[in-house]
Design a protein. Sequence first.
Length: 170
Amino acid sequence: MEQPSKSVCEQPVFTTLFETHAEAVRNYIYYKCGDKEQAEDVMQEAFIKLWHNCKKVLFEKAKGFLCTVANNLFLNQVARQKVRLQYTRLPHSTKNVESPDFVMEEKEFLDKLQNAIAELPDGQREVFLLNRIDKKTYKEIAEMLGISVKAVEKRMHNALKKMRTLIKNI
């Protein structure tokens, strides 16, 4: 006998969904736009839409619904605008034990890396950051993006290939 699906309209179930998926949805949008506030807004809006459509969305499909809605909200906001990621850096301590040359080389390398990531096509950049920063598996990425695992593998392969040409000696 099949168990009935949990209702997304129940407050504890919705709260669990939020606690489980909010960070992933926020990061997913952040990797697309590079703006933490925009990513936070889109994530919250996606959850509002989930709440308004709770009767139509099965518990098992909620994560996919959130990712799809968040992606659509983001695409509506940017409407073909080219996105460049800007990373926030952790503040460095005032005590610097590295040599000035090392610090300068490190800064040059980080700049090269940021520029190379920003140069990647949107699909490759998303897959690269979801895998390397969020530590998502190819299967999880495929589910989030609504593509096959093979497509994720191909995007990652092409991203790494392009990164190698853009940044020498990695």
